[in-house]
Design a protein around this ligand. Structure first.
Ligand code: HH2
Length: 428
């Protein structure tokens, strides 16, 4: 009996070793973009906060954490790999983006348990050489990824949003004639205000008022039209509810008027691309959501292929957070969103949901909006918008369980109820 167990154990060990030596997909070898521009400083992210599966779908020991660092020279990558391996961790070096033809930059995937990582940090601290800073910063990324306790997002008009106690719900209030799922619902601002107040009663923590559709293929509307749509609704809501008011806009003039009318947060699907918009947010000391979108709504679904989608989104959000900070908007006012449905394929949207916790490594709250989106219709074999409720609620629950702090939804009441379970499961 003992021999049989011993043989099974050895076979298992052999399989594990063979699998972990397996080669990476061929397309990675030719990767030249990876979302990191030339000359970009090395940046790191935690690939797997709770489960450990690297971006090639390979599962690692369930008590390890995986990091990816991009933009390293070959020498530094080799040194890091050697050091971590000597502590029992694992490392794999891949071609990265940037550098020169002679000295291309590398990216490295590291997998280590907390204990191995702790020993690495102690060793690096004692030595105090050029790798020390990078090794310590891995820990900071890891900490923000796993951080579970409440934190506060600072908003305009002195308001605060406490994030991290339970999943927060942002209720969608579109005052557009053409939004993909709820356009043309209201005949006048009064009706929209009533609908917003109902969402608050149902448990929405934030109301997101939008005056321009960003559905795939949507054409932009003039700022004046957008303003006429959102302003009376925001003013009415500001008078009648204490709820946090967000405005879904990419226009500086709309943001300025909305913030004056009582909005606390700017939700920008263009990720604070415009300097004027950053200025308005900074001036009003407002909060802002930085969302990832590739291209423009009119064209974003034309090409949804990426070499490394999660890496590109992460690098984009990281760069936009830094740009916002440089414009006078501190991180405490910012939230990130990977932008489900904005230039992503069905597989891409599912991957974002599955791996959304990785964005926690950016150190700010993570928002996800999957509600009623067309990838759910595709999964449901072409179900129209009105038949996507259950899948939308499921997507919000999955996002919460996988690490999102805030979900943006149309159907607030059923989502709030479903999230009770998700939040109970997440509590230690
Ligand atoms: N999705 C939409 C609009 N704004 N903002 C954030 N932060 N995240 C999202 O996923 C997101 C968003 C699109 O949904 P909807 O508002 O319902 O449709 P439309 O743009 O057609 O008005």
């Amino acid at each position: 009996m003992y021999h049989v167990i011993y043989m099974i154990y050895n076979t298992w060990l052999y399989l594990l070793r063979t699998l972990s030596r397996g080669s990476f997909p061929a397309q990675m070898a030719g990767d030249r973009s990876g979302g990191v521009p030339r000359g970009h400083a090395p940046s790191s992210r935690v690939l797997c906060p709770d489960w450990v599966e690297d971006r090639f779908g390979r599962r690692w020991s369930p008590f390890a954490h995986a990091w990816e660092i991009t933009g390293l020279s070959r020498g530094v990558a080799l040194r890091m790999a050697r050091e971590l391996r000597s502590l029992g961790g694992q490392a794999r070096i891949l071609p990265g983006a940037g550098g020169s033809r002679v000295a291309p930059l590398r990216r490295i995937t590291l997998v280590a348990t907390e204990d191995q990582y702790g020993r690495w940090v102690r060793r690096a601290r004692a030595r105090g050489d050029s790798l020390t800073g990078m090794i310590l910063s891995l820990g900071q990324v890891l900490d923000s990824t796993r951080r579970r306790g409440p934190r506060t997002v600072l908003l305009a008009h002195g308001r605060r949003l406490v994030v991290g106690r339970g999943t927060l719900v942002m209720g969608v209030l579109n005052v557009t004639p053409d939004s993909f799922s709820d356009g043309g619902r209201f005949r006048d601002p009064g009706e929209a205000i009533q609908a917003g107040l109902r969402l608050v009663d149902e448990g929405a923590d934030i109301l997101d008022v939008g005056g321009e559709s960003t559905r795939p293929g949507a054409s932009p509307v003039p700022p004046g039209v957008e303003l006429r749509r959102v302003l009376p609704v925001l003013e009415g809501l500001a008078r009648r509810t204490e709820s946090i008011l967000s405005v879904d806009t990419r226009r500086p003039s709309v943001a300025r008027a909305a913030l004056r009318a009582g909005a606390h947060l700017i939700n920008d699907v263009e990720g604070l691309r415009r300097a004027d918009l950053r200025r308005e947010v900074a001036r009003a000391e407002a909060g802002a959501v930085i969302m990832h979108m590739r291209g423009r709504p009119a064209t974003m679904q034309a090409d949804t292929r990426y070499v490394d989608m999660m890496g590109e989104i992460y690098a984009f959000l990281d760069a936009r957070l830094r740009r916002a900070e440089a414009s006078g908007i501190p991180r405490e006012r910012l939230i990130v969103d990977p932008g489900i449905g904005f230039g992503k394929s069905l597989a891409g949207n599912l991957e974002i949901l599955r791996r959304v916790g990785e964005f926690r490594g950016l150190g700010v709250p993570v928002l996800v909006g999957a509600s009623r989106k067309s990838f759910l219709g595709t999964l449901l074999k072409g179900a129209p918008v009105g038949e996507r409720l259950e899948a939308s609620v499921a997507a919000a629950v999955v996002a919460a369980l996988r690490g999102a702090h805030i979900v943006r939804v149309h159907d607030v009441a059923p989502t709030v109820k479903a999230l009770r379970l998700a939040d109970a499961l997440r509590r230690p």
